[in-house]
Write a protein that binds this ligand. Structure first.
Ligand SMILES: [Zn+2]
Length: 540
């Protein structure tokens, strides 16, 4: 008996010692954002994955991650992933905002630009991380280990900028013609970039036949009629020679980003030096496919299965090179399918936004009611942060605000409208993000300098895109189809773990920081290191 207890105690000790043995940090940290990859899509497609996603699914899977803030757009979402902070702290409240004090004529500001650069507008801008108010993990790594490399590659410039921050060694994003950079020292592109750009140009110049859908995807190929728009649902990414937009809205776009990432990893020997390196990768095609075709048809099915295969090939190359790497993957936001298909699937309240819910239409109502001359609302976005026109001052401004809030609130598609004061008075939320009120979600998106004078939230399942627009589906709301995203961690030999507990994307950065040994001052970021991710020891 005594012998048995001793043996059991020894076994117990051995298990706990193994669990507590510090796992050496990886030499290359790979952080991937799949744009518009909702947890709904992850849950739906998980059984179909056999490539890179299947590999990540064998690690630690949080299927209830949250971009916890209200404005679930690309720029704010990417700003949370490697800073550990919500948009209220990163300052990236949306993809764009108004700044009446900007020195240039165009007062619209793009999130990833420097509007002080001469001869720029919010459409023809100088790419910059100037608006990001906090450091990224890559910035902190370079402070701790000056030889660490902080690299970013993405389809979208804002994804690359928000994940790498102020001190990238290399940062590459697609500019419509090839991969370009804002890092001045890199004006002579490295060979990896020249090679990839030549290969991509040759690929775009070729016509592509449609992809051959596996039966799982072919079963979804049902054309859905959309008013004033070509039907969607049965596409397979065939494209004519030279069709750049067709390339950008297809799986080939992500494949190009992964090809450049692999080329840089190989040429720069990332993960082969004494100091750890970081590469952040922004895969944007899922978002473009979602906007162009919705999320419920054959197109999204093909996109995700192709991406699964391409990610698998990417990881296999790194394995062949003998690199000691770890991966964290999440999304900048989720998404909602087109209302026409949602209705067919029984979502009775799915609809497109009414044409009388534009800032111009609401402004006319306000003018009529108050006698104030328009424009009342600035032309910065349709929903979410809205700005009173700058000519309104003093008591006129207060009257316009009150009338605009009332006009929005009585519209049947509007869930809520909040004034800037009401949002500013709301305490910053924390804890379980599923329990936050909508106003608290809006507070997590609030920056006193950049946020709007009012904030309007549509009811669930209302798509803020009318008919005859280029895009047919979108995201950006505080509802969980836009907030809930997968958060995955993988290293070789990490024991599989499927977690249902709700966490936030801001928790990714402190967890990865603990994995690679970057100390964070207590309370310096919004997120928390996640216990139980492989052998990661969170600081106490
Ligand atoms: Zn998008």
């Amino acid at each position: 008996m005594r012998k048995f207890i001793l043996a059991a105690a020894t076994a117990l000790f051995a298990t706990s010692a193994a669990a507590q043995a510090p796992v050496p940090p990886p030499k290359l940290m790979i952080v991937i954002s799949v744009d518009q990859f909702s947890a709904d899509l992850w849950d739906e497609y998980r059984p179909q994955f056999t490539g890179g996603f299947a590999r990540l699914a064998s690690g630690t899977v949080f299927r209830n991650g949250y971009q916890s803030h209200a404005t679930t757009e690309t720029c704010p979402g990417h700003s949370t992933i490697l800073t550990g902070d919500r948009p209220a702290r990163t300052g990236i409240v949306s993809n764009g905002w108004a700044n009446w004090d900007a020195a240039r004529a165009d007062k619209n500001i793009y999130c990833a630009e420097d509007e002080a650069a001469p001869d720029t507008t919010s459409r023809h801008y100088q790419v910059s991380a100037a608006h990001l108010r906090v450091p990224t993990l890559g910035d902190l790594m370079k402070t701790r280990w000056p030889l660490s490399r902080n690299i970013a590659v993405a389809g979208k410039d804002r994804a690359a900028v928000m994940m790498s921050g102020r001190h990238p060694d290399q940062r590459w994003y697609w500019d419509g013609k090839g991969f370009a950079t804002d890092v001045l020292a890199l004006q002579a592109a490295p060979r990896a970039v020249v090679r990839t750009n030549l290969a991509v140009a040759a690929q775009v110049a070729r016509a592509e036949p449609p992809l051959q859908p596996p039966s799982f995807c072919a079963a979804r190929a049902q054309p859905i009629a959309i008013e004033d728009h070509a039907p969607v649902g049965a596409g397979a990414f065939a494209r004519a020679a030279g069709d750049v937009a067709g390339f950008e809205d297809s799986p080939a776009y992500d494949a190009a980003v992964l090809a450049l990432s692999a080329a840089l990893i190989g040429d720069m020997r990332l993960g082969k030096q004494s100091a750890p390196d970081l590469i952040s990768i922004g895969l944007s095609a899922t978002d473009y496919v979602g906007h162009k075709y919705g999320t419920g048809g054959q197109e999204m099915c093909l996109q995700l299965l192709e991406l699964d295969r391409d990610l698998g090939d990417f990881f296999n190359r790194l394995d062949a090179w003998g690199i000691d790497y770890a991966v964290a993957l999440t999304a900048d936001h989720g998404g909602l399918d087109i209302p026409e298909r949602l209705k067919l699937r029984g979502v009775a309240d799915a609809a497109r936004i009414d044409s009388d819910l534009t800032p111009a239409a609401i402004g006319e109502i306000v003018s009529k009611e108050t006698g104030l001359a328009g424009p009342i609302l600035a032309n910065v976005g349709v929903i979410g942060d809205l700005y009173l026109d700058r000519h309104l001052q003093g008591s006129d401004r207060a009257r316009a605000l009150a009338a605009a809030l009332a006009a929005y609130k009585r519209h049947p598609q509007v869930f809520a409208a909040y004034s800037k004061d009401e949002i500013a008075r709301t305490p910053v939320p924390s804890g379980d993000p599923t329990r936050w009120s909508v106003l608290e979600r809006v507070r997590a998106s609030f920056d006193p300098e950049r946020s709007g004078d009012l904030y309007v939230v549509l009811k669930p399942n209302i798509t803020p895109i009318g008919h005859a627009a280029g895009s047919v589906a979108t995201h950006g709301s505080p509802w969980d189809y836009d907030r809930r995203v997968p958060i995955l961690f993988w290293r070789p030999n990490m024991p599989p773990s499927l977690r249902d507990d709700p966490i936030e994307t801001v928790d990714l950065m402190p967890t990865v920081a603990a994995m690679i040994g970057v100390p964070l001052a207590p309370g310096s970021v919004d997120g928390h290191c996640l216990g139980g991710v492989g052998g990661v020891a969170c600081p106490r």
